[in-house]
Design a protein around this ligand. Structure first.
Ligand code: ATP
Ligand code: MG
Length: 425
């Protein structure tokens, strides 16, 4: 047990986003939301906790997430609940529950923390933020292309386009994959001695997942494995060809990666990832795919669905590598108040300024202090101007404005004048 006087620390793998980091987060969030709005996607807000059963039914029992990563607990009624490890299942659950899927098209996004009990390292945490997009009722491949276009636009606007590349694959239909699964199984069984422990386990449960292994010793084995494309029917091929043609037409470069599989059974046809080489082995920034099969699996009528999720921490690590991230100032004007009358008059004036000037970022000095110490704080705040009120100014009905980032002089003026002047800045 921690000693009485020792402070309590955060849970391992769950990190704080401190005030100095928030501007970068807000910068990224604002751009992302603007891009989503420009494609007319709507926000959906979902609970962080769902019934455990939802994830078992959707993600599947034999995945890394359900086998070893979920935060599951019994609540006070002994219901088994789970902190959401991802958003796709909850989003679909909500849409089914509220009847949003019947004969309708939806383009949705959500944003918030996800929870997975993984080994924490750079770019991998136990609580992390995802921005997820899900679309329902569209068979594609045009919507598949749209999702890629809108992510491409996000990277461009964020200034990280050169750091990421698009990897693309198709998984065909469930039936096609079943045939392929057998071929793959045959192949891996011929080379059992080359498989690591994880892969031996996946052999029985989910052999496609072996293709996704990050173990370098198995690279050669995986490279020579049979290709799914050889077992794909005409419809699946057409879908993929149409998608790649659209991307070619719009000048979006991609790398075909036949080893790109999403671990989950309900994925089919298009899968894609945006990958970077700048973050070590946590290189996937955004992962998406078509999952038409999931709607039925969760009790709905057969429907079409495709979506993606991006890991915000990984995105932020990339953004922080940029030379100049444009960050908005948090303080435009710092108000210095010295003397009892000045403190009152200053508080009134500050409210008046906020009433009259939308968007102004005005920080009022609180806690007293001399002119000198308040000027120091004004300077440290990053403000462009100091607005100064002492008892002298109060008795004359005036204030002073001093630019903090240039050599211009401090000027006295009436309160009305100062408001006009600040408005014009
Ligand atoms: P990985 O192969 O890195 O474990 P994943 O396949 O488990 O990723 P998805 O479930 O597809 O990841 O999640 C989408 C995105 O969410 C990932 O590409 C990544 O950017 C981010 N992400 C996933 N797990 C974590 C985590 N533990 N910490 C931070 N970001 C994560
Ligand atoms: Mg993972």
């Amino acid at each position: 047990m921690a000693k009485k006087n020792q402070s309590v620390q955060a849970v391992r793998g769950m990190h704080d986003i401190l005030p100095e980091q928030s501007p970068h987060w807000q910068y990224a969030e604002n751009i992302i939301k603007d891009v989503l709005a420009s494609y007319s996607y709507s926000e959906i807000r979902l609970p962080i906790v769902e019934k455990t059963e939802l994830f078992k039914r959707s993600i599947g029992e034999v995945t890394d997430i359900v086998e070893k990563e979920m935060y599951t607990f019994d609540d006070r009624n002994s219901d088994s609940l789970t902190l959401r490890p991802e958003g796709t299942a909850g989003c679909l659950r909500a849409c089914l529950e509220h009847g949003l899927l019947h004969n309708q098209v939806h383009r949705l996004w959500y944003y918030g923390p996800m929870f997975r009990h993984e080994r924490p390292q750079k770019g991998r945490y136990r609580q992390f933020y995802q921005l997820g997009v899900e679309t329902y009722g569209l068979a594609g491949p045009d919507i598949d292309a749209e999702l890629i276009l809108l992510t491409d636009r996000m990277w461009k606007k964020l200034g990280i386009r050169k750091k990421v590349r698009l990897e693309l694959n198709t998984l065909g239909t469930i039936e096609e994959r079943l045939v392929y699964r057998e071929k793959l199984l045959e192949y891996f069984k011929l080379h059992l001695e080359l498989l690591d422990e994880d892969s031996l386990r996946r052999l029985e449960t989910n052999p496609l997942r072996i293709l996704d292994s990050k173990n370098r010793d198995m690279k050669h084995l995986i490279q020579n494995a049979p290709e799914l494309m050889e077992y794909m029917g005409e419809e699946s091929r057409q879908h993929f060809e149409n998608l790649t043609q659209t991307l070619d037409d719009l000048g979006i470069e991609y790398v075909l990666n036949s080893r790109l599989v999403r671990g989950l059974d309900y994925y089919g046809k298009t899968v894609f990832e945006w990958v970077t080489d700048d973050l070590g082995s946590q290189g996937t920034i955004c992962a998406g795919g078509r999952y038409d099969g999931l709607v039925e699996q969760l009790g709905g009528r057969a429907n079409h669905a495709i979506g993606f999720a991006m890991g915000m921490e990984r995105l932020l690590l990339l953004i922080e590598q940029l030379d100049n991230v444009p960050v908005e100032r948090t303080v435009d004007i710092y108000m210095i108040r010295v003397g009892a009358d000045a403190e009152k008059a200053g508080m009134r004036l500050a409210e008046k300024i906020r009433n009259e000037i939308d968007g102004i970022k005005l920080q009022v000095n609180c806690g007293g202090g001399s002119f000198k110490s308040q000027f120091k704080k004004a300077d440290k705040s990053g403000a462009e101007y100091a607005l100064i009120i002492g008892d002298d100014e109060v008795s004359r009905g005036e204030v002073s404005l001093k630019p903090l980032r240039s050599n211009q002089e401090q000027k006295n003026m009436s309160q009305g004048e100062v408001i006009q002047l600040i408005k014009a800045l």
